[in-house]
Write a protein that binds this ligand. Structure first.
Ligand SMILES: Nc1nc2c(c(=O)[nH]1)N[C@@H](CN(C=O)c1ccc(C(=O)N[C@@H](CCC(=O)O)C(=O)O)cc1)CN2
Ligand SMILES: NCC(=O)N[C@@H]1O[C@H](COP(=O)([O-])[O-])[C@@H](O)[C@H]1O
Length: 228
């Protein structure tokens, strides 16, 4: 049995996506041989509740406060050293609210994933739920993508789609998107950890086959269909 894929998770806040990853990797569906292990959780804020979730799960934690460093490059250099101490095969951004430098992104090319609360390429950046409402979008959702230098511009791995209801608010959308995030992120991490997902020269490959530009699309009726 190959060693499980070492994963380091970066976060800045609540950590519900971290919790979904913890729960999915500990759900016994792999005959007790999880394809991945979360080696560490690293936060850029000491008040991130995700740190408590990690501690409760017995996962190592580190805090690097970006304000303690003289600029982005210095912070990212220290962050890389902290991450590499855990020798990850995969780095997962789970609500990590810092724009990463080109040097950082290059260092983790092909093994750096992010989850974003919109149907990319729509609504890159922040405040996506309100922007979807303001734009009158009929659909919204979330996206997992490989991280590149272009903010939220990396190649898509998987998206989950939800309908926007007339009575929706940014808060209600966030709640319904979170449910989908907690399905698609564990799915993508498992694919990567099992060697099924990789970033090829021309884009993401799943089982050797190019994924569509949308990534694997889960047209959610809000009860996510089984994915491969
Ligand atoms: N080079 C890249 N860095 C990051 C990416 C990426 O695709 N390429 N994804 C983001 C995640 N993200 C949205 O999914 C995101 C995070 C943070 C920001 C942002 O504007 N951050 C501000 C600070 C905001 C704050 O502290 O509240 C900043 O860094 O100045 C936009 C999008 C992770 N990084
Ligand atoms: N641009 C990055 C971004 O906005 N990411 C979003 O932050 C939230 C973190 O929630 P969590 O801390 O409960 O996992 C998630 O909704 C994620 O999509």
């Amino acid at each position: 049995m190959p060693q499980p894929c070492n994963v380091v998770v970066l976060l800045s806040g609540t950590g519900s996506n971290l919790q979904a990853l913890i729960d999915s990797l500990d759900d016994g569906t792999d005959n007790g041989k999880s394809p991945a292990r979360i080696a560490a959780v690293i936060a850029n804020r000491s008040d991130a509740f995700g740190l408590q979730r990690a501690r409760d799960a017995g996962i190592a934690t580190r805090v690097l406060e970006h304000g303690d460093y003289d600029g982005r490059d210095a912070f990212d250099e220290a962050l890389m050293q902290a991450i590499d101490a855990f020798a990850p095969q995969l780095v997962v951004l789970a609500g990590f609210m810092r724009i990463l430098t080109p040097g950082f992104v290059r260092h983790y090319h092909g093994r750096l994933l992010n989850i974003h609360p919109s149907l990319l390429p729509r609504h890159k950046g922040l405040h996506t739920h309100q922007r979807a409402l303001d734009a009158g979008d009929a659909e919204h959702g979330c996206s997992v993508h490989f991280v590149t230098e272009e903010l939220d511009g990396g190649p898509l791995v998987v998206q989950a789609v939800i309908p926007v209801h007339s009575q929706d608010t940014a808060g209600s959308l966030a709640q319904r998107v979170h449910v989908q995030e907690h399905q698609i992120y564990p799915l993508a991490v498992r694919w990567f950890a099992k060697g099924r997902l990789r970033l090829g020269e021309s884009g993401p490959l799943l089982d050797g086959n190019p994924l569509p530009a949308t990534g694997y699309l889960i047209n959610s009726k809000e009860t996510p269909c089984a994915a491969p």
